[in-house]
Design a protein around this ligand. Structure first.
Ligand code: R1P
Ligand code: URA
Length: 314
């Protein structure tokens, strides 16, 4: 942080830049792709019509890149991992953007299902949240099934936006990369569009990973989560859907704009076979899916009065 902040309730500097994401009005487009890391963000930006029109890395490492895709303004934001960073990202970008806010997450995930092998991209229909109940860890351990039920709360599912979900599936299928001998044993990547995802508050305990160093009480957790129909694990999508719902219930006028959210998740890890993608495979998958998420977002219509009026793209 370089400048003095002005408002303790919603801190911004004199130029209107928010405290953590560090952008001001006109730097973020109405169509946004969010990712976890800078490499993926930059790979997606290679699909832009030309060099980015705007790029900034905040002191908290949020990387924002805005450019044009097929003439349409689009922004990629790399946020890092987990629920709290989703919250910073969504609230601070909403504060600098007028009109609709359409957000697609292009993330990675772990798979619990044969139907979502490594090399597939999952476009989940719904996500649940898996949240630790810290107070329950203060009670005596009972038995694994009871501990999993007490110590980990599984929320009700929230749906992906139907329009963005359809657009993502169509764009991914239209751009499927051909089978190559060097990746996935010559198998062509696939698109899986009908699964339930779980977004967890830890990569480790609440995804059922075990360790001798912590009392996580999670040995029966995966079974319990699977009983909710879950096939994939990641750490952000549920909160994106929750915040979109919360936003759309709070805004009152037609011109305030609406928030729509969906996700595409590249299967990096298979929890049933312990397999993990190679860096070469990640590059193939991110280039394919990166182009597809740009296509999907520009296919989603936003009316002129719901577009941010002026920006680096004007
Ligand atoms: C964990 O390794 C991270 O990878 C997944 C999870 O959601 C979590 O953020 O997504 P990203 O690759 O988008 O970060
Ligand atoms: N991201 C996750 O959150 N979990 C995995 O197993 C792989 C990627």
């Amino acid at each position: 942080m370089k400048e003095t902040l002005l408002d303790a309730n919603f801190p911004r500097d004199a130029q209107g830049r928010t405290y953590h994401v560090g952008t001001k009005p006109g730097e973020v487009a109405n169509r946004i792709i969010t990712v976890g890391d800078h490499t993926r963000a930059r790979r997606i930006a290679t699909n832009f019509d030309g060099p980015p029109l705007f790029e900034s890395e905040s002191h908290r490492k949020f990387l924002t890149i805005t450019g044009l895709f097929k003439g349409v303004p689009i922004t990629v934001v790399s946020i890092g991992m987990g629920f709290s960073l989703v919250d910073f990202f969504i609230r601070e970008v909403r504060a600098v953007l007028q009109g609709d806010m359409f957000v697609v997450r292009l993330g990675s995930c772990g798979s619990l299902s044969q139907d979502a092998p490594i090399g597939s991209v999952v476009v989940p229909l719904q996500s649940v949240g898996v949240l630790q109940n810290y107070d329950a860890f203060l009670e005596d351990a009972a038995n694994p099934a009871a501990d999993a039920a007490r110590c980990y709360h599984i929320t009700k599912p929230l749906p992906a936006d139907a329009v963005l979900h359809r657009a993502l599936v169509d764009a991914l299928k239209a751009r499927l990369p051909p089978a190559q001998e060097s990746v996935f044993g010559g198998r062509q990547p696939s698109v899986v569009d009908n699964l339930v995802n779980a977004s967890t508050d830890s990569f480790y305990s609440s995804q059922g990973r075990t360790t001798p160093f912590f009392e996580d009480r999670n040995s029966a957790l995966i079974e319990r989560i699977q009983a909710h129909g879950v096939s994939t694990f990641e750490m952000e999508t549920y909160l994106l859907s929750h915040l979109a719902r919360s936003h759309n219930r709070a805004v009152h006028t037609a011109t305030d704009g609406e928030m729509r959210v969906a996700a595409a998740q590249i299967v990096f890890a298979n929890r049933t076979t312990a397999a993990f993608v190679t860096p070469a495979e990640v590059e193939v998958l991110e280039r394919w899916a990166g182009g597809a998420v740009c296509e999907a977002l520009v296919a989603a219509e936003i009316s002129a009065e719901r577009l941010h009026p002026k920006g680096v793209w004007s």
